[in-house]
Design a protein around this ligand. Structure first.
Ligand code: DX5
Ligand code: ZN
Length: 211
């Protein structure tokens, strides 16, 4: 059987931020680094600015998750980090089409994310133009929360609607939850705490890539 490998995007939100360079080295075999950008408005916390990420000189492709209000005002700044994928929240803007066009103009994959309370059907008008949907499996804002299995209904619904792009799931992903999400139709998996709590992080990433 020719099974597609899982795409693993490591979020470094639960890494030791004081020694981020070393921490990132320990997960350097990930397919992507997932940058959790928070603005203190869309979610209570504030995290990275583009300069923080540029200064890390990362060689792993970047999957930028914008948990910010009015992401349209920040796209140009984040494009300076050279991302492969930029994901913004459906709930945070009315300028979905414009943002998708801004990203595609720079040949960056465009993704839209939905919070747990937002139904997947709001994305149906965009499915033909976006490259990726990010289904949040926890409330955005913090690492280390418990996976919400009922969110997998959204993944199934998107596949049923004919979406052929990447479906990424984010929040509370462990090896067990990853398997369930993959069966539902997801192909890309974000993980922070589960990976960083392991001593041999490269080994657990390899195992997740094989799911
Ligand atoms: C939550 C972030 C997630 C988070 C995942 O707001 O979007 O990317 O870092 O962390 P874990 O894997 O610990 O749930
Ligand atoms: Zn995230």
């Amino acid at each position: 059987m020719n099974k597609k490998k899982s795409i693993i995007s490591v979020s470094f939100l639960s890494a030791d931020q004081g020694m981020l360079k070393e921490e990132l080295e320990s997960v350097g075999t990930a397919d992507y680094f997932h940058v959790d950008v928070m603005d203190g408005r869309f979610v209570p916390r504030k995290t990275y600015c583009p300069e923080d990420i540029i200064s890390l000189e990362l060689t792993v492709p970047l999957d930028v998750h914008l948990m910010v209000d009015k992401p349209e005002n920040m796209i140009d700044d984040w494009l300076r980090t050279g991302p492969s994928i930029v994901v913004f929240h459906y709930e945070a803007t009315t300028k979905h089409k414009e943002i998708i066009a801004m990203l595609h103009k720079q040949e960056v994959k465009a993704g839209i994310s939905v919070k747990p309370g937002t139904p997947a059907k709001v994305l149906f008008p965009f499915l033909a133009t976006i490259d990726l949907v990010l289904v949040m499996t926890v409330e955005p804002g913090a690492a280390g929360q418990s996976f919400m299995p009922e969110m997998l209904e959204k993944v199934r619904g998107l596949r049923k609607a004919g979406f052929k792009g990447i479906i990424e799931v984010d929040g509370g992903i462990t090896l067990e939850n990853q398997k369930k999400a993959k069966l539902a139709g997801a192909d890309m998996f974000v993980s922070a705490s589960f990976i960083f709590k392991h001593k041999d992080r490269k080994a657990i990433i390899r195992q997740m890539q094989e799911v």
